[in-house]
Design a protein around this ligand. Structure first.
Ligand code: HEM
Ligand code: HEM
Length: 176
């Protein structure tokens, strides 16, 4: 027997807004770090930081929404290891998508450069300090690798249960 249910439109919209922002942040992150010092590099760094902070705000909204609107229980007729893996990957996303903007903001705060949200100046949490800047940059890079691993597992999971169980969502029978 399966437990049926449905993600709300808000949950689904927030999911896809986060996907678009995360893709944009990876694209910008990889592109901007290869640029030579100059106004272009400054522009792309500022855009990356602004989108990253916006993603942090979206994640707060998403978390609050989820706390008041829990998603439907996962299906019971899917192998339990798949359900466990899916739940842990979802949990890891929630943790990493908060840690990633925080390490970015901290790295930026110890870089000696200002942090702003689309031109609006934000407080700096530190001072120019190379060791701390390197530490948080490294943490930012490690988190981005962990997010990539989760994305790979998540997409493999979705493809696998579409292919093997014939369902898109682990928690409703027919989404269409
Ligand atoms: C979920 C949100 C974010 C994602 C997915 C993301 C992703 C990335 C990626 C892929 C890079 C390229 C190199 C690397 O891995 O270190 C990067 C670099 C960078 N990001 Fe982010 N970022 C996010 C949020 C932020 C925020 C909010 C800030 C600052 C307010 C920020 C500041 C930086 C800086 C300064 C760099 C350049 C070098 C470094 O510190 O690693 N990022 N980011
Ligand atoms: C940046 C990429 C992605 C992130 C960060 C992400 C994150 C998440 C999270 C956190 C959940 C759990 C929602 C909750 O319970 O609150 C989820 C569910 C889901 N995601 Fe993603 N997702 C990404 C990409 C994708 C892609 C590309 C697809 C489609 C191929 C997809 C399809 C789904 C589906 C169908 C669910 C429902 C749960 C399930 O049946 O496994 N996601 N996603």
């Amino acid at each position: 027997m399966s437990v049926q249910g449905k993600y709300t439109t808000v949950a689904s919209t927030l999911h896809w807004v986060v996907v678009v922002l995360v893709c944009a942040l990876f694209g910008l992150g990889w592109f901007m770090t290869d640029l030579p010092p100059g106004p272009d590099r400054g522009f792309y760094f500022a855009t990356h930081k602004s989108i990253g902070i916006s993603l942090f705000v979206v994640m707060i909204v998403r978390l609050v929404w989820r706390l008041f609107n829990p998603p439907p229980a996962l299906r019971l007729d899917v192998p339990s290891w798949k359900v466990l893996l899916a739940k842990n990957v979802h949990l890891a996303f929630y943790i990493l998508l908060f840690l990633q903007p925080l390490t970015g903001y901290l790295s930026s705060s110890f870089s000696g450069y200002d942090t702003s949200l689309f031109g609006y100046p934000l407080p700096t949490w530190g001072w120019k300090h190379q060791v701390f800047n390197d530490f948080f940059s490294e943490a930012h890079t490690i988190c981005s690798s962990a997010i990539l691993v989760c994305i790979a597992l998540h997409i493999a999971g979705v493809v696998s249960h579409v292919h093997k169980e014939g369902i898109l969502f682990l928690n409703r029978v027919k989404p269409w």
